[in-house]
Write a protein that binds this ligand. Structure first.
Ligand SMILES: Nc1nc2c(ncn2[C@@H]2O[C@H](COP(=O)(O)OP(=O)(O)O)[C@@H](O)[C@H]2O)c(=O)[nH]1
Ligand SMILES: [Mg+2]
Ligand SMILES: [Zn+2]
Length: 334
């Protein structure tokens, strides 16, 4: 049935907007987006609208598309998001960059062929949890790095005891991919986060490609369909669910993430309540409960340093936001 297509792409409400065609963004380029609608995939303009105050559309967004006599199909509005995976825009000081919108599960993807800096994992966890989505860590390249797999899994668990850690590799052992596939279900949106080279695209191809083969010759011989599958950012998995490939991110500036910071560093936040000063930054203040934990050897000093630096990053961000608000409102008054 034609009207089921957008449901498979994750639409969950009974009602659909009636002021244009409903669609989901599967790819964003400069000024243009690919949008899947019931009538198929459309290339639409988004920039001209943005200047009119439209929220900058992101991959995963639900949008209403209308036909402009001159411009062709354009996005008339972005529907309210259930959540976003966001970071601080690396090119600007205080702007949020939405990587993916409307996400149910975030996979933090790490390649075992390289070290896993704990600080980066903490940032990815903060960004993932802050979206409100479920978060799972996937370690790739276990085929060539079997020992690293155990070590890194232990590192992750030390940092986030409750988190699920899955391990995948190329080769005959498909059990890891099966476990990732088991996390998916029809209409569920899964975003992959990780630096470039981590193995995100390979993992998506493994999850989608097998399904394509499994669905038979018609599908597998549809070379055009396969090509678009690979070039999109948001991909429909024939067996159910959607996978979103994000461009590799190395620098994850955290954004507006106080709550998930508390989740990653819950023990330290709890200790902080025993510091003499409520605004203690655990540096040189007297009677600092966090530093006394370090002195007693119960907490790693470097972990406290990373915590402090993320805290001050957030505080700095807040301050700049306030400054900018002031500038903006001064500008308005003039
Ligand atoms: N041995 C092995 N190589 C992998 C695996 N996953 C990815 N690679 C390789 O790692 C490189 C980067 O993978 P890619 O999927 O492009 O990473 P992305 O930048 O995160 O999308 C490629 O050369 C892949 O062939 C894996 O599980 N095992
Ligand atoms: Mg890639
Ligand atoms: Zn303190």
């Amino acid at each position: 049935m034609e009207s089921d297509l957008l449901d498979t792409f994750g639409w969950r409400k009974d009602e659909r907007p009636d002021d244009g065609r409903l669609g989901r963004i599967v790819r964003v380029d400069r000024g243009e987006c690919d949008v899947v609608t019931e009538e198929g995939q459309l290339r639409v303009l988004s920039d001209s609208q943005r200047s009119q105050g439209l929220v900058a559309p992101a991959t995963g967004d639900w949008v209403v598309v209308v036909d402009d006599l001159e411009l062709g199909p354009v996005i008339s509005r972005v529907l309210e998001r259930t959540n976003t995976v966001s970071r601080r825009d690396p090119s600007e000081e205080v702007v949020e960059q939405v990587l993916v919108a409307n996400v149910d599960l975030v996979l933090i993807v790490h390649g075992l062929d390289r070290p896993l800096p704990v600080g980066r994992l903490e940032r990815f966890l903060v960004v993932g949890w802050d979206s409100g989505a479920e978060v799972v860590v996937v370690l790739t390249k276990a085929d060539s790095e079997p020992t690293a797999a155990l070590e890194v899994a232990a590192t992750v668990r030390a940092l986030a005891p409750d988190i699920e850690v899955l391990t995948v590799g190329l080769g005959d052992d498909r059990s890891g991919h099966d476990l990732v596939a088991a996390l998916m279900e029809p209409g569920k949106t899964v975003a992959l986060l990780g630096e470039s080279g981590a193995g995100k695209s390979t993992l998506i191809n493994a999850l989608v490609g097998d399904e394509l083969l499994a669905t038979g010759a018609v599908r597998a011989s549809d070379a055009k369909g396969r090509h678009t599958t690979v070039s999109r950012e948001l991909v429909l998995r024939p067996g159910g669910g959607l996978l979103v490939d994000t461009p590799g991110i190395r620098a994850v500036g955290i954004w507006d993430a106080e709550d998930s910071l508390a989740r990653v560093f819950g023990d330290l936040e709890e200790r902080s309540t025993e510091c003499r000063f409520a605004d203690c930054v655990h540096d040189a203040e007297p009677d600092c409960a966090v530093r006394s934990e370090v002195a007693a050897g119960r907490v790693d000093r470097r972990r406290v340093e990373r915590y402090r630096s993320l805290r001050s990053e957030l505080a700095e961000q807040r301050k700049r936001e306030v400054d900018r608000e002031r500038r903006v409102s001064r500008g308005r008054r003039r």
